[in-house]
Ligand binder design. Structure first.
Ligand code: GLU
Length: 419
């Protein structure tokens, strides 16, 4: 039988439901996406021709507030993936107690093949197509894989022109000049970093420990800087084009500079830094493994090769349920995506709050607030995992599901649906 990605993800929900003795009504509400809109975006290319791209926006669940989640531009995006990512956002926002439901969007495109002008037309076309679904009190997009603040700025601008007024809270991850928040750029990595630092003792880690990072985009490169900044040793990194291994540690500043010009493999020198097969980074000798790219990196076929004692999921969904079981039996602790990478959406929430109040916080205020939330929710989940003898992922789902169930109950039997 063929299992969709969403079916796989739902096994985590069903598992958590058993730990909570939940009313079946709650599961019935959470096991299907509420609405997914699909469209084909038709844009003018620079050479005058027209080209079309599949695009989706999923509002998975809005029990706890307007749906929230990024927009991904990726050639392999599918509706199943969008719905799965929106499901994860629902639980991520509940884990962090943000007043949001979960959503996600995508365009099936390799943005690297587009000119800047084409990318802008595509971004504006996305907002035009979904402007009825999106809104500051309804569905609030943000960046995800291969989208960035420039794209969010174009989308905010397009939305303003559609509704005829400035409306910065419609989208987060904007450029600072258009109402973006300080600290949104490194927030995903910083949240994971604060979590690791807070749990260092429990995890048996301390500065000097070795770290391997799979993916050197926004999340991975900031994580390398933050971890190296307090003395962790970055021994391996990969990007979409290759991987490098340096048992004595990499100079992260040099690596970031090299990555600005080309692939990370440009750092290989044949003596202290070796190019390795990117598929082997999962099994590299290290204390902390940080998946920071796409889904399904660690699966049934390679979970057994993991040498790290801690895996920090900065990517969404990098470990399959089968691999989860293998890692648990090996005693590997996984800090799960819906907690470990939730710093991104948390600072998105701060951005939305600042946009609505029209008063902006300092970088220090952003960091202090993010750290407090990561530590509060991270500690609660850690204690729950220890008390119940379950994995940190199971505890994170139980923690989130308790909040979701309470909100579903509070809505009453005739739940209002904003449509
Ligand atoms: N795309 C990010 C995530 O997966 C951020 C979402 C947001 O900021 O709304 O969590």
């Amino acid at each position: 039988m063929h299992h969709s990605m969403l079916d796989q993800a739902l096994t985590r929900l069903e598992d958590a439901a058993q730990h909570l003795h939940l009313d079946s009504d709650v599961l019935e509400k959470l096991k299907y996406p509420r609405e997914t809109t699909k469209t084909r975006l038709l844009i003018r290319m620079d050479d005058g021709s027209r080209k079309s791209f599949m695009a989706w926006r999923c509002r998975y669940d809005d029990t706890r507030g307007p749906t929230k989640g990024g927009i991904r531009f990726h050639p392999d995006s599918t509706m199943d993936e969008v719905e799965t990512l929106a499901f994860w956002m629902t639980f991520k926002c509940a884990v962090m107690n943000l007043p949001y439901g979960g959503g996600k969007g995508a365009v099936q495109v390799d943005p690297h093949t587009l000119s800047k002008a084409e990318l802008e037309r595509l971004s504006r076309a996305y907002m035009q197509a979904f402007s009825q679904i999106i809104g500051p009190d309804r569905d609030i997009p943000a960046p995800d894989v291969y989208t960035n603040s420039m794209i969010m700025g174009w989308m905010a601008d397009e939305y303003a022109s559609i509704v005829g007024r400035v409306s910065p809270a419609v989208i987060t991850g904007k450029p600072i000049a258009l109402g973006g928040s300080l600290g949104r750029d490194d927030a995903t990595a910083r949240g994971g970093f604060y979590l690791v630092r807070h749990l260092e003792q429990e995890l048996g880690l301390k500065p000097g420990a070795t770290v391997a990072i799979q993916g050197f985009g926004n999340a991975g490169s900031f994580m390398a800087r933050l971890m190296a900044g307090v003395g962790y040793k970055i021994v391996a990194v990969s990007d979409s084009r290759g991987a490098i291994h340096a048992p004595d540690g990499l100079d992260v500043a040099a690596l970031v500079a090299a990555k600005a010009k080309g692939p990370v493999t440009a750092m290989a020198n044949g003596s202290t830094i070796h190019a390795i097969d990117p598929d082997t980074i999962v099994g590299v000798e290290c204390d902390v493994l940080v998946p920071a790219a796409l889904e399904d990196l660690i699966h049934e076929g390679n979970a057994d090769t993991v040498k790290a004692s801690v895996v920090v999921e900065l990517a969404n969904g990098p470990i399959t349920p089968e691999a989860d079981a293998i890692l648990a039996s090996k005693g590997v602790v996984v800090l799960p995506d819906i907690l470990a990478n939730a710093g991104g959406v948390t600072v998105s929430y701060f951005e939305w709050v600042q946009n609505r109040q029209g008063y902006y916080w300092t970088l220090d205020e952003i960091h202090t607030r993010l750290k407090a939330i990561m530590e509060t929710e991270g500690r609660a989940i850690w204690v729950l995992a220890k008390d119940r003898g379950i994995t940190v992922r199971q505890a994170a789902y139980v923690h989130a599901l308790g909040r979701l169930a309470e909100a579903i109950e509070a809505h009453g039997t005739q739940q209002f649906f904003a449509s």
